[in-house]
Write a protein that binds this ligand. Structure first.
Ligand code: HPA
Length: 236
């Protein structure tokens, strides 16, 4: 039993979807999975295992930010044998053509987190997505007719950033969107030689100020979850 996931070996599938919000983990499990069991409730960070189209899949909440996802991803990999981790989350759009409700597939993520500089002695590491998962997700999203952007994103330690200059610089360099977890997820995947992918829905926009209405929230997230699940079971 690990510190933050009170599960038994074998309780977690090799493929795990990672929403930040544990209640979204429950929503995905209840809506899409069959024969579901809940394997973790510690700190309310719910984790479930079930079957999607006959394939065993887990869904684990990660909380927000680099430290939180790093804890859960590390334990899933090293204690429970996870081999594919697919983050499903929201992001702030950073390009005019990346609009609210669109999907973003993260090729790589830059960050202001100290995680990688600490690990690499001050050098910047560019952590990549799994190309296999990325290609499968892009193909699936195209088949579902979802407007999808593939490119670089930014993993931020700061949600309420007062100084706008870094945001503007990132926009100038073509960064598609900002969120708070992917750089750590991809770096851990590289470290442990497993596959990772981040699939995001644009929930708000840093240029237009627009955000997804409460009413639209669920339906705009449904496409992301279907892309992630189809990618998870390799039926894209
Ligand atoms: N910033 C950081 N993380 C986010 C945002 C944002 O604007 N939107 C959704 N996740």
């Amino acid at each position: 039993m690990s510190i933050h996931l009170h599960a038994q070996k074998g309780d977690v599938a090799e493929t795990v979807l990672l929403p930040g919000d544990p209640l979204r983990a429950r929503f995905i499990a209840e809506r899409y999975l069959e024969r579901v069991t809940c394997y973790n409730e510690v700190r309310g960070m719910l984790g479930f295992t079930g079957f999607y189209k006959g394939h065993r899949v887990s869904v684990q909440g990660t909380g927000m930010g680099v430290p939180s996802i790093s804890i859960y991803a590390s334990e899933l990999i090293t204690e429970f044998g996870a081999r594919q981790l697919i983050r499903v989350g929201t992001c702030g759009g950073m390009q005019p053509h990346v609009q609210v409700r669109d999907l973003v597939l993260a090729l790589t993520s830059s960050t202001d987190s100290s995680l990688n500089r600490n690990t690499f002695g001050g050098v910047d590491f560019a952590p990549p997505a799994s190309y296999r998962l990325l290609r499968a997700a892009a193909d699936c999203a195209a088949r579902l007719n979802l407007t999808t952007h593939v490119g670089s994103i930014f993993t931020s330690d700061i949600f309420y950033r007062e100084d706008r200059s870094l945001t503007d610089r990132l926009i100038q360099h073509g960064v598609l969107a900002v969120e708070m977890e992917t750089s750590a997820l991809y770096t851990l995947a590289a470290r442990h030689n497993i596959e990772a992918l981040t699939v995001l829905t644009v929930s708000d926009h840093l240029i237009s100020g627009e955000s997804v209405s409460a009413a639209d929230r669920q339906s705009s997230f449904t496409g992301m979850m279907e892309v992630a699940l189809e990618t998870a079971v390799g039926e894209s």
